[in-house]
Design a protein around this ligand. Sequence first.
Ligand code: ZN
Ligand code: ZN
Length: 167
Amino acid sequence: MVIKLFEIEDIFTLKGEMEDFKSGKDYTVSSPLHYEFSLKRSKDRIKLKGLIECVVSLTCSRCLDEFGYLINARFDLDLVSQAKAPVTQEIELKRDEMDVYYYEGEELELEPLINEEIMLNIPIKPLCRESCKGLCSVCGKNQNYEQCHCNRDVDTLLGEKLKNFLT
Ligand SMILES: [Zn+2]
Ligand SMILES: [Zn+2]
């Protein structure tokens, strides 16, 4: 999906749902993707306010189960033409400022921007739940479903006894 930026004279809004957003390599979008964009021309740049809502399917970093994670991203960006950007080195610096987004040409492609916003909202270590017990380091069983009786438990027991002994 493309927004023709040169056609924006003052304010432009766009709202809708994408049924099959192309997922990134670190996530899969498992619901329709709802988006709202409002763009406003202001001197040399375009101010963008955005909202993205969807469910992504992530892999729990502890138990490796897939789970649905709700993305609800609101963001403000300044769209600046790549052509108006200063020399290369400075672009690199400015890219660190999350609120400036450089676009090429006269059109803004929404998919890469949406992808970026989804990535920003995915936790570095996703957890299916705060209390996820993870996998047993001995037998590999998912401890959320099945409590195994590996030595690992003995270790924990010993550790606890030791702790009681020491305190
Ligand atoms: Zn988990
Ligand atoms: Zn086990």
